[in-house]
Ligand binder design. Structure first.
Ligand SMILES: *[C@@H]1O[C@H](CO)[C@@H](O)[C@H](O)[C@H]1NC(C)=O
Ligand SMILES: *[C@@H]1O[C@H](CO)[C@@H](O)[C@H](O)[C@H]1NC(C)=O
Ligand SMILES: *[C@@H]1O[C@H](CO)[C@@H](O)[C@H](O)[C@H]1NC(C)=O
Ligand SMILES: *[C@@H]1O[C@H](CO)[C@@H](O)[C@H](O)[C@H]1NC(C)=O
Length: 599
């Protein structure tokens, strides 16, 4: 063992630095050359020993210097992941695999779940994607949209609606005859810095309507985007149900000299190996890790994203996810894509108020005009351009922010902007948190904490893994308390039931909080659009986010909270979609929140 150890240290140095280790050997190059062949022998010896040890225990930690420990962990976890992901997961084709782990829903919960799942049902394709060739799938380049005349005339007035009709074609130029394509519609004007989300209606026969409210006078241009063809959505849906393991997690366990890293997830096959059950005592949210061989389950040190399972698609399926071909590609207009919107017609007021009754009349939550977000419900939005106005508004407040990195963006925005707000060093990694910032002059406290598993951050200390619902239960609340929540992105790889269950727990805790401390202000942020490429699509597609977003809106409807419509705020804006929306969009969100706190 001593021999193995010292030879390992030597080889390790060689491989890491590409030079000889300092010390006795550097002085004599002849000696170095003669030693090098022994080194190779030692190395092979060490390597075989290493492989033997990996599958057993790693007591080596204390003995090995020179960074072998981390190499060992990486090697071990990649072996684990290769092993688990290839060999174990795909066996279970049960479509409610994840949803069933954890507590059984009560009859009311099951009813709500069924209603929610029905409300987000997406049209099934005609053929299964395994059998369909690219030729017969939706092709944005062959498809077109046309702006329909308003009531037979090509005149549009503020307060009217504009409708665009979309006909989808396949790569051979044949019209599509079934629905299910994921389209985004936006009406905008670059010179007015205006933009609004359109609503897309799927006629289920290869045609779609996009409907936009006309909210500003002047030019308005329609932009239609195919995010994914229906055939790709079908693949995404299959992955969501069958491969909830395609993002996996790991935890380090350690006690004394023993340590091991194992794979963790919301659902692990129970039949294969002993599990550690980290089901939360309060919420009963499930979480599992494989039990380390020689360590107990209470020696868990941290939680981290393990990685992404690759090779999820067949060659044929991969053709459905091509950048520039069928992921987020614009559909061109037939005729003009723009209209000129005339001032509101006063004498038409009656006609329009009757039109408001139409079932297809849509009300977005707001729109951009001159670069600023204007809300259509919930009051006027003030511009908080300078830090002193924000400080005055937040004076005396404690702001708790919970969720993923899109919640952290709010923390960072305020922390960067307010000079008197000082980030308190909690010795936690900046991007993981928990984070805290204090302005003691104005009695402002800002806190950020990430949501519980399946958070995809790296190295969250196990003791800092908290569920948002439990954190809310720990708050006193009151008129000095503001709570921001943004939780969506890390749920996209799981069946929707997992998200429904998480939101149900958060909603219950939120209702309890608002009950005991009615003055508490609660802000909930929806999902947003993001940049998609062939790879990102399989884990984080906007289609997954859209489905989660519909669920979130339905579940929190009617509660006395403020919903920040990040979906429409990123769809309406001219800047490219990004998982972390650019600062100007964050500013607009913060303006909405501050306008509610300080009307
Ligand atoms: C999935 O598994 C559950 C319990 O193991 C079972 O009740 C259910 O019928 C299964 N569903 C399918 C679609 O096989
Ligand atoms: C598809 O449905 C829409 C709405 O019902 C209709 O206007 C259109 O004519 C239909 N197109 C075809 C090709 O059937
Ligand atoms: C994990 O623990 C929870 C609560 O203690 C329990 O309901 C669940 O059945 C356990 N899971 C497994 C796989 O044993
Ligand atoms: C805030 O800034 C925006 C954009 O720079 C500007 O349009 C707006 O008038 C400003 N508002 C106030 C109240 O200063």
């Amino acid at each position: 063992m001593v021999l193995l150890n010292s030879s390992f240290r030597y080889v390790c140095h060689l491989f890491l630095t590409g030079s000889q280790p300092s010390g006795e050997l550097t002085e004599d190059s002849t000696m170095w050359r003669s030693l090098s062949k022994y080194v190779c022998v030692f190395f092979l010896l060490a390597l075989s020993g290493l492989f033997f040890l990996i599958n057993n225990i790693n007591v080596l930690e204390q003995n090995l210097n020179c960074q072998t420990v981390s190499t060992l962990y990486q090697l071990q976890s990649s072996i684990h992941t290769a092993f688990f992901s290839e060999a174990h997961f795909p066996l279970d084709r049960n479509h409610s695999y994840c949803g069933l782990l954890g507590q059984e829903p009560s009859p009311e919960e099951a009813l709500e779940e069924r209603y929610l799942l029905e409300s987000i049902a997406w049209p099934e394709p005609m053929h299964h994607s395994e059998s369909v060739s690219l030729d017969h799938t939706s092709d944005p380049a062959h498809s077109f949209f046309v702006i329909l005349p308003a009531r037979g005339r090509s005149e549009w007035y503020v307060g009217d609606q504009l409708e665009a009709f979309v006909q989808m074609y396949d790569f051979q130029g044949h019209p599509k005859s079934h629905g299910g394509d994921f389209l985004l519609a936006r009406l905008h004007s670059s010179e007015l810095e205006a933009g609004v989300a359109g609503q897309v209606l799927d006629h289920r026969n290869g045609t779609y309507s996009a409907i936009f409210p006309l909210l500003w006078q002047g030019s308005a241009q329609v932009e239609m985007t195919l995010v994914h063809p229906s055939e790709a959505v079908h693949v995404l849906r299959r992955l969501r149900e069958e491969r909830p393991d395609r993002v996996f997690f790991k935890s380090l366990f350690r006690s004394g000299k023993l340590s091991q890293t194992t794979v963790c997830n919301l659902c692990l096959p129970t039949s294969q190996k002993p599990l550690c059950n980290y089901t939360d005592a309060h919420t009963e949210e499930p979480w599992y890790c494989y039990k380390p061989k020689l360590l107990s389950c209470d020696t868990r040190i941290n939680h981290a994203k393990g990685g992404y399972v690759k090779g999820l698609l067949t060659n044929k399926e991969a053709l459905l996810f091509q950048g520039g071909v069928n992921i987020k590609v614009h559909i061109h207009p037939s005729g003009s894509d723009s209209v000129t919107v005339l001032p509101e017609k006063k004498d038409k007021a009656d006609e329009r108020s009757s039109m408001k009754m139409e079932p297809t009349r849509i009300t977005p939550s707001g729109y951009y005009f001159q670069g600023s977000w204007r809300a259509l419900t919930g009051g006027v939005i003030r511009q908080f351009n300078d830090s002193s106005a924000i400080t005055q508004c937040l004076k005396g407040k404690v702001v708790y922010m919970y969720g993923d990195s899109t919640a952290r963006q709010w923390f960072e925005y305020l922390n960067d902007l307010l000079p008197e707000l000082k980030q308190f060093n909690l010795h936690s990694p900046k991007n993981v948190g928990p984070n805290m910032a204090v302005d003691s002059t104005h009695n402002i406290l800002l806190r950020y904490r990430c949501h519980g598993p399946p958070i995809r951050f790296t190295n969250v200390i196990a003791s800092e893994m908290r569920y948002v619902a439990n954190e809310l239960d720990g708050l006193t609340g009151g008129s000095n308390t503001v709570v921001f929540i943004s939780i969506w992105s890390h749920f996209s790889t799981f069946p929707v039931q997992v998200y429904i269950r998480r939101l149900r727990h958060i909603r219950r805790a939120m209702v309890r909080l608002l009950d005991r401390a009615p003055g508490t202000m609660v802000v909930l942020r929806s999902a947003n659009l993001q940049a998609l490429d062939p790879e990102v699509s399989l884990y984080n597609s906007d289609w997954y986010s859209l489905q989660l977003d519909w669920v979130l809106r339905a579940m929190f409807r009617g509660l006395d909270i403020l919903l920040i419509d990040a979906w429409e705020m990123t769809l309406g804006h001219h800047l490219p979609h990004a998982l972390h929306p650019p600062p100007i969009i964050i500013k607009n969100m913060i303006d909405i929140i501050l306008s509610r706190i300080c009307p």
